[in-house]
Ligand binder design. Structure first.
Ligand SMILES: C[S@@+](CC[C@H](N)C(=O)[O-])C[C@H]1O[C@@H](n2cnc3c(N)ncnc32)[C@H](O)[C@@H]1O
Length: 732
């Protein structure tokens, strides 16, 4: 009616014929010419006389009587006197020749049915209690006549409208109105048990829509499930278009545990499936930037809160909508004292450009289902570009996982950031595809490796660095002070126990050389990364006695001189042979604390994808001490620096992630993703903790756990208490 008042065109949809009848009568009244309205008003007033004076002369409507018995059995909703009057008025109405007049008169009649009955509408329709009964019942003919007069009067006063409204089935929206509707404004059934058909059964009967008990359930079958009586096997078993949501699963499970009637959890699940089905055609029908405004309230079942608004937002987002607003319209208390709210959700259909990203959902679903990194091929230890192995690193993500995440959330021409870059696995995968990649990393050791991998290397620049290094080392003699400082670092063994003295002298020289050289040079970083790789290991490429490539285990075997330059050149040769392809796009990496303000270049990006330190990692620097030392740390740094590392800081709380999440939100494009790859352990559910911090900034797109208890360990950090890898996917 409001749309008509504005002189615009509107569509309406409802499955209850009573509502459709009333809407049509109202819109008819609004479109009649002045002349017609006077004519109709007059006819309605004549009808008042007929009803008052001659109702008894009209026959009972036998068919209506039969349908009453067939539908309501022996229930006596009316006194015999009122019932008779109703049957006769029905006959009067049927004899009206002008359908518009009949439509309006029918509204007057249905408006008078409940006041003239033994029923009362208090939320739901029910029999009056004694006290209510004592207040009396209206006379049907009187009530009907008064309503006719009211409508006649309204007709005289109405201003005509140029607008129009038309009935439409929701499913027809999809095909008939593609991209044509500017806004959808609606108040769908709340999940509160209201049974709209039972509540309007008397009017539906009068209008001829109920001829047997089965008719009521047939209507319910078409409606959104909103009450337990609406739950039918057909509906709850329906699988197509099912709305899968972890949040909903949890709620349904909790309700099932405490519900007195198992139809309640079924109702909750079916309600959201139905809402999903109802909203789906809306997306196609809307224009770009078209909006859906939904008035909705949340509810509580057996003490379990059902955040209907949030779940509807989740449905909307799955369908490709973007949340524009969520306004509290009213707050109220549930029976058990919980605050409930009525809210207005505003969803917007993004422009075509963004609509493309709907398929992010299906790509993600496919990743979840197929776990490609576990399939033959991608599961291979050496899968991916060989430069991923430029330097081993404790905590490195499997390149196959990084590759899938970049495919899903960034694509070939997108942009991304990894604020906990490590050795740059994720950003490197983005660069390989030609996407814009940014990375932050606090550790000087990992930073160099990320920097080396995210740059397109020049063989001649590297050769240049190697020559300079060789010249530097040729007459290098480490000072006593330098050696003393180095030996102050004591973890499992001191440095002199790892290397032949000559090799150690060369390593000290190379460390000094690196400290003196420009760390912004990609070639220097490449050589640095290669040196870190060969520092320790268990094969001939390594400079150390027999140890481990990932973490410097106490060495064994003979002390023999291993030439640094020889092994370095061999490693560099192997690494430079790797083809990074024509699409490779250089990334940017900053050595910094990711909780500090991010560089301005990181802006308007498609995704932040990251794997922060796992919660259970104990003293991370133990596994990496030799490379950290080589990258410049002195003995005291091992005491001071870790305080800046998330590894340590998260032990006292997950608030440390707030600046990262907040800045992600600020730097992401609308609809962009923040994806965490996390470790779940018996001690800590990282996804749950981080999701809490993210709540003010992001909507949860998905949380998914991939058990790693029974599969091959990916690296040393998995050893210990990590039971699952979690993917926390947030969307802005
Ligand atoms: C699990 S690793 C990331 C591994 C990475 N995905 C890869 O494949 O190499 C976590 C990284 O976070 C880094 N880190 C810890 N605290 C940080 C901070 N405050 N700012 C930036 N990086 C930090 C650590 O140095 C470590 O490299």
């Amino acid at each position: 009616m409001t749309i008509m008042g504005l002189g615009k065109t509107g569509l309406f949809s409802d499955v209850n014929p009573l509502c459709i009848h009333v809407i049509k009568a109202k819109s008819l009244a609004r479109t009649l010419s002045q002349e017609k309205r006077s004519e109709y008003a007059e006819k309605l007033l004549t009808l008042v006389k007929v009803a008052k004076d001659k109702a008894a002369n009209h026959p009972r409507h036998e068919k209506l009587d039969v349908s009453y018995r067939a539908t309501f059995g022996k229930s006596e909703f009316f006194s015999p006197e009122q019932y008779e009057a109703i049957l006769r008025v029905r006959s009067i109405l049927d004899r009206i020749g002008i359908s518009g007049v009949r439509q309006l008169a029918e509204v007057a009649a249905i408006r008078s049915l409940i006041p003239a009955s033994r029923l009362i509408r208090r939320g739901d329709l029910r029999f009056k209690r004694e006290a209510e009964e004592r207040r009396g019942t209206e006379n049907f003919i009187e009530a009907f006549s008064a309503s006719l007069e009211l409508i006649a009067n309204d007709l005289q006063e109405l201003t005509p409208s140029d607008g129009s409204i038309h009935q439409v089935g929701m499913s027809a929206l999809e095909n008939r109105y593609d991209d044509n509707i500017d806004a959808i404004i609606t108040s769908p059934p709340y999940l509160n048990g209201t049974n709209y058909f039972r509540n309007t059964k008397v009017e539906l009967w009068f209008l001829g829509y109920l001829n047997s008990k089965a008719d009521l359930s047939a209507f319910r079958e078409q409606a959104v499930t909103a009450g337990i009586n609406d739950v039918t096997k057909g509906k709850s078993n329906r699988r197509d278009g099912r709305f899968e949501s972890r949040k909903l699963d949890e709620i349904v499970r909790e309700i099932a545990e405490c519900a007195y009637d198992q139809r309640i959890p079924a109702m909750v699940r079916t309600y959201f499936n139905d809402m999903h089905e109802a909203l789906r055609p809306a997306f196609a029908a809307l224009t770009e930037h078209g909006r859906v405004c939904i008035d909705i309230g949340d509810s509580v079942y057996g003490g379990v809160h059902v955040p209907t608004d949030q779940l509807i937002v989740e449905i909307g987002e799955r369908l490709g909508f973007k949340l524009k607003d969520d306004v509290t319209l009213r707050e109220r208390m549930s029976r058990n004292g919980r605050k409930l709210r009525q809210s207005l959700i505003v969803l917007e259909k993004p422009s075509k450009g963004r609509v493309e990203r709907i398929s992010t959902r299906s790509r993600w679903q496919s990743f979840r289902t197929n776990l490609p990194h576990r399939k033959p091929g991608m599961a291979a230890r050496n899968w991916g570009n060989k430069l991923h192995s430029l330097c081993s690193y404790q905590g490195k993500l499997k390149p196959a996982i990084a590759s899938s995440l970049v495919d899903i959330f960034v694509g070939d021409d997108g942009s991304m950031l990894d604020p906990f870059s490590g050795v740059g696995t994720i950003a490197f995968e983005a660069s390989l595809r030609g996407a814009a990649s940014f990375a932050l990393e606090i550790s000087p050791s990992a930073f160099r490796i990320s920097h080396a991998k995210l740059s397109r290397q020049s063989r001649s620049d590297i050769e240049d660095v190697l020559e300079k290094l060789e010249a530097f080392l040729s007459d290098y003699r480490a000072s006593d002070f330098e050696m003393e400082r180095a030996l102050q670092i004591r973890f499992n063994k001191t440095l002199d126990e790892y290397f032949h003295p000559r090799t150690l002298n060369e390593i000290l020289g190379a460390r000094k050389f690196m400290a003196l050289n420009d760390c912004s040079s990609p070639a220097v970083s490449f050589v640095h990364a290669a040196l870190q790789h060969i520092l320790h290991g268990n094969r001939p490429y390594a400079l150390s006695r027999r140890s481990h490539p990932l973490t410097p285990y106490a060495p064994t075997g003979p002390f023999e001189y291993r030439s640094l330059m020889e092994r370095l050149r061999a490693k560099i040769e192997r690494s430079l042979d790797v083809d990074i392809g024509d699409r490779f796009r250089e990334g940017h990496v900053w050595q910094m604390d990711a909780t500090d303000p991010w560089p301005g270049e990181i802006n308007n990006i498609d995704a932040v994808i990251t794997s922060p330190p796992f919660f259970d990692s104990t003293r991370f620097y133990l596994g990496n001490w030799m490379r950290l030392w080589f990258s410049g740390w002195e003995a005291e740094d091992f005491r001071i620096q870790p305080q800046k590392y998330i590894d340590e800081r998260q032990k006292t709380g997950f608030d440390v992630y707030e600046p990262i999440i907040r800045q992600s939100r600020e730097r992401l494009k609308p609809g962009g993703f923040l994806v965490f790859h996390l470790g779940e352990s018996k001690k800590c559910d990282m996804a749950e903790e981080i999701e809490k911090i993210a709540q003010p900034f992001f909507r949860t797109f998905d949380v998914f756990s991939e058990s790693v208890e029974h599969c091959e360990k990916h690296g040393l950090r998995d050893k210990g208490s990590v039971t699952a890898h979690q993917y926390l996917v947030l969307q802005s």
